[in-house]
Ligand binder design. Structure first.
Ligand code: KG4
Ligand code: ZN
Length: 336
């Protein structure tokens, strides 16, 4: 059983082939970051046009790398949402078109489900049930995962997603797009004791999150000082420390509240080293385990979509003949 996966929800075109027995056979990614960088953020129309150009060549590339012909493919999984509608439509049409031509099912996949299953691409795989911390550019949430398709959102961001807060703070520090990795790099030069940012919503019960205040705090801090490179590095570090400690506190609370002993971390901000270290220390104290995807599978990629398609296909999911593209799609609505 082999599934071809196609990801095109935002600014990365990702394609991969996964085999039920042999695991990931091939994967390829084309990032549009350089094109959007000059605008300081993703330009939706440019993203759609670039997916049109890149997806088919990427499909040809992964088919050749895996030594596959269309007869070897059991189904085609594609990201049906959430994301930019134009970008989603390109991937959906491509997947549906190929599925019709090859006579196989096309399986719409939820982008965040792809992220939260991504640690299962690794040799050390989490077993169900687990707690998932999803931290991407568009979403931040804590989810109880009992099995594929059964997701209970325990808490989520009331305003900016964590990745969005990283990007906005990076922007006001004059760093390029996407700002998360650039901010993390600058934070390495920071003085750990200079500024202390708040830990939002940790002083009250519950698992919801809020990050827009941190960006404002960074702005106000910057306004009071000269703004040298060292000043900016100190702010970057204080911001990163605040985000990490807030997420560690919320994960500890969620682990204790649910009694779950496995924590899965996924989404672009899951690539952040300070966060990975903070959560690794937490699970030692809590006698739990943590599972991360490798860094390249934290951010958007086709492998996680192929994997989600495979797990769903094995659970009996066959999609239907409609073309599906849902810019907004609550995770809790998913079933099999
Ligand atoms: O999951 P993802 O690739 O796309 C969405 O589904 O949104 O996440 C992208 C986000 C961006 O906000 C980016 O700045 C952030 O993840 N990010 C990071 C790091 N790498 C990516 N944030 C902090 N530290 C990083 N190392
Ligand atoms: Zn994503």
């Amino acid at each position: 059983m082999r599934i071809l996966g196609i990801e095109s929800s935002c600014d990365e075109s990702g394609v991969a082939i996964i085999d039920a027995d042999q695991g990931l056979l091939s994967h390829a990614l084309y990032s549009q970051v350089a094109q959007h960088a000059e605008y300081g953020g993703v330009v939706p129309e440019l993203a759609s046009r670039d997916h049109v150009r890149k997806l088919l060549p990427l499909v040809e590339q992964v088919m050749a790398q895996a030594g596959c012909t269309p007869e070897d493919i059991t189904a085609i999984a594609y990201t049906a949402g959430p994301g930019l509608v134009g970008a989603l439509l390109v991937g959906a049409m491509e997947a549906r078109g190929l599925a019709w031509a090859w006579g196989v099912p096309a399986l719409p996949v939820h982008h965040m489900e792809g992220h939260l299953l991504a640690p299962m691409l690794e040799d050390r795989r989490p077993e169900f049930p687990f707690l998932a911390l999803l931290v991407s550019g568009g979403h931040s949430m804590l989810v109880r995962v009992d099995r594929v398709g059964t997701y209970e959102v325990l808490g989520e961001s009331l305003d900016d997603a964590v990745g969005e807060a990283f990007d906005k703070t990076a922007k006001l520090l004059g760093l390029g797009y996407p700002g998360g990795p650039a901010l993390a790099e600058l934070a390495k030069e920071g003085d750990p004791g200079r500024f202390r940012f708040p830990r939002p919503m940790t002083d009250r019960p519950g698992l919801d999150l809020s990050f827009s205040g941190l960006k404002t705090f960074a702005l106000n801090t910057l306004a009071k000082i000269e703004g040298t490179r060292q000043d900016k590095a100190d702010i970057a570090l204080a911001f990163e420390q605040a985000v990490t400690e807030t997420l560690v506190i919320k994960c500890r609370r969620a682990l204790r509240q649910t009694g779950l002993q496995r924590l899965v971390v996924a989404g672009g901000v899951g690539a952040n080293e300070r966060l990975r270290n903070g959560l690794s220390d937490l699970v030692i104290r809590e006698a739990a385990q943590v599972f991360f995807p490798r860094i390249e599978f934290c951010t958007d990629n086709g492998a996680m979509i192929a994997l989600a398609g495979l797990v769903r296909y094995q659970a009996g999911y066959r999609g239907d003949s409609r073309l599906m593209a849902r810019p907004r799609w609550p995770l809790a609505e998913l079933g099999i």
